[in-house]
Design a binder for this molecule. Structure first.
Ligand code: FES
Length: 102
């Protein structure tokens, strides 16, 4: 059964930023897009790069190693060399608190 986990606060993830957090042993990448927060696995399926260290352009994250692109709202791959989607997770903002459901 899915469980919600408190991850951090909005103050630690300002708009336009990306940051990795480990939640229940899983390394996740969080993104704040104009106040909306999204979470996906922090491992690029192409060669394992940390997507949280990529370049965030709107709702697109560009992989820091070989520039594959993913939609942070869904985890869908948008541009090769990656060909697989990454998993996305439901995020809840509760006051100042960011929570994720795993
Ligand atoms: S590791 Fe992400 S595109 Fe290669």
């Amino acid at each position: 059964m899915p469980q919600r986990h408190v991850v951090t606060t909005l103050g630690n993830l300002p708009p336009g930023s990306a940051r990795a957090f480990t939640v229940a042993t899983r390394k996740l990448a969080f993104f704040n897009v104009d106040g909306r927060v999204f979470a996906i696995d922090d491992v690029c399926p192409h060669d394992g790069a940390p997507l949280s260290e990529g370049t965030l352009d709107g709702t697109t994250i560009i992989c820091p190693w070989h520039a594959a692109e993913f939609d942070v709202t869904s985890g869908q791959v948008l541009c090769p060399p990656a060909v697989e989607n990454v998993r996305s997770y439901p995020v809840f903002v509760n006051g100042d608190s960011i929570e994720v459901e795993l």
